[in-house]
Design a protein around this ligand. Structure first.
Ligand SMILES: [Fe+2]
Length: 223
């Protein structure tokens, strides 16, 4: 997807190390998954918790919450008829992410259901603390992206949206919210994601500035 936009993907990868707020988000994920090994003894409750925590972290914290910072900002521009090509790509990406988040959620719920002994008060609090850390890291990233309110983007709305979506993810797996009662500041975002599955990506109108060749060479699976 990145190379289809004429941007060097290696440069983007380098940003993972060069931009502190991105590097910290990356470290958050890597540090939590490091101990997951193929030969992990999954008869041990501590290892079951480690697996469950990683499923929660990738599905609900990273994809389910942190992804929505950037998605929200890009789609807000799209809603103002800016970046129509990238906006459309993000809508399709977000539709797919919704499926990933739900798959991870189902996996997590089944794992807990089959291993009730790991669903302790301490473990629940550990997961809520993990989400709180993900929220903090994402907010730092949003502040980096939007040092001032500009081009119709109000930073407070995106920060609050992260609180809102994080609580929906927590509730989705039976955990207490971090900011009970927080309202959704971006209600239009749900509509934006509601793309009919049967609508074909390649049948869409070629957007104004997008090179048609870039789109026709891109498989839906690559997005
Ligand atoms: Fe995903």
């Amino acid at each position: 997807m990145i190379s289809s936009l004429g941007i060097n993907p290696h440069e983007c990868e380098a940003m993972f190390e060069d931009v502190p707020t991105i590097a910290k988000k990356n470290a958050f994920v890597v540090n939590n998954s490091r101990n997951l090994r193929r030969d992990l003894d999954l008869t041990q409750p501590a290892n079951k918790q480690l697996l469950a925590k990683n499923i929660f972290l990738f599905g609900q914290c990273m994809e389910g919450t942190q992804f929505y910072g950037l998605f929200g900002m890009i789609l807000s521009l799209y809603r103002q008829n800016k970046f129509p090509g990238i906006g459309q790509m993000f809508r399709y990406t977000l539709r797919d992410e919704s499926n990933h988040i739900e798959v991870f959620r189902n996996l997590f719920m089944d794992l807990i259901e089959e291993n009730r002994e790991i669903w302790t008060a301490e473990f629940k609090e550990e997961l809520r603390a993990t989400m709180a850390e993900a929220v903090q890291l994402e907010k730092d990233f949003i502040r980096d992206c939007l040092p001032v309110n500009a081009v119709g983007l109000a930073i407070d709305e995106f920060l609050t949206y992260i609180d809102y979506i994080a609580d929906r993810r927590l509730e989705g797996v039976g955990l207490a919210p971090l900011n009970a009662g927080v309202k959704n500041p971006l209600p239009w975002l749900a509509e934006m994601m509601d793309i009919k599955k049967e609508q074909n990506f390649f049948e869409g109108r070629v957007t104004e500035y997008q090179k048609s060749s870039a789109l026709t060479n891109t498989s839906d699976d690559d997005l």
